[in-house]
Design a protein around this ligand. Structure first.
Ligand code: ADP
Ligand code: MG
Length: 244
């Protein structure tokens, strides 16, 4: 029996009059990679942000590793430590070195001992291929390198789940591959991941499931081969025709 990592039931979220997430249901099991695709404005980022409690849902249930999370009863910083997130625009601290960026959250949020945090941060920088950049500032890095630091920084909190919101969309085309390779490695190690992406090649190769969202609803869910080759819904077909 595979372990349920994320369960979402009838999730709704509005911004004022704008109903952005409409009765979203979603289940992600341990070590699954789910790619979330859909046009701009369909609610992909809002869904990820609700799962990480950067946005608070209006209604519905979010169950992380069997535990129903409510902002009223849970310390959301602890939840965020378990559910790591990587953004399109890196969000590194510009005045801190690469190593300090990776050390920041375990040191100041988890209050772990500095030496232990440093050793683990160096291990993670090695893992993403950036140990030689440990002492430089983010401004000296390429976009691809910045994003790999952001991934190392998220991993430093030892999350059980990783959310990626268009992690390669801000990168020059020649830098996309190195970030996708890092993500693929993470997937192969068994990390549970939800990835919002326009990289259909990555989705095809790495995803266990692809979810197509349109206008705040999940329109279609399928194995990548099935969904890309034989979309069941006209909307999915139209979207795929526009991006493939
Ligand atoms: P996607 O990531 O699929 O492009 P988003 O989740 O970012 O979609 O946005 C879905 C809709 O919600 C869009 O119409 C967007 O303008 C709106 N929206 C997102 N965040 C906010 C916010 N903080 N306040 C108001 N509207 C928002
Ligand atoms: Mg988005």
């Amino acid at each position: 029996m595979s372990v349920l990592k994320i369960e979402v039931e009838k999730l709704n979220k509005s911004f004022g009059q704008l109903h952005v997430l409409k009765d979203i249901n979603l289940t992600v099991r341990e070590s699954e990679v789910v790619c979330l695709i859909g046009a701009s404005g369909s609610g992909k980022s809002t869904l990820l942000r609700c799962l990480n409690f950067l946005e608070i849902k209006d209604s519905g249930r979010i169950i992380i590793e069997g535990e129903q999370i409510e902002e009223t009863t849970h310390d959301l910083n602890q939840v965020r430590a378990r559910v790591g997130m990587v953004f399109q625009h890196f969000h590194l601290f510009p005045h801190k070195t690469v190593l300090e960026n990776v050390m920041e959250a375990p040191l100041f949020v988890k209050k772990m001992p500095k030496e232990e945090v440093r050793v683990e941060a160096m291990r993670l920088l090695e893992k993403v291929g950036l140990s030689e950049k440990a002492n430089v500032f983010p401004s000296k890095l390429s976009g691809g390198q910045k994003q790999r630091v952001a991934i190392a920084r998220a991993l430093a909190m030892k999350p059980d789940i990783m959310l990626f919101d268009e992690p390669t969309s801000a990168l020059d085309p020649e830098l996309v591959g190195e970030v996708l390779a890092t993500m693929k490695e993470l997937a192969l190690e068994g990390m549970t991941m939800i990835v919002v992406t326009h990289e259909m090649g990555f989705a095809r190769e790495v995803a266990d499931w692809v979810i197509y969202m349109h206008d705040g609803k999940i329109v279609e869910v399928g194995h990548p081969k099935e969904l890309f080759q034989h979309p069941q819904e006209q909307r999915t077909k139209d979207f795929l025709d526009s991006v493939l």
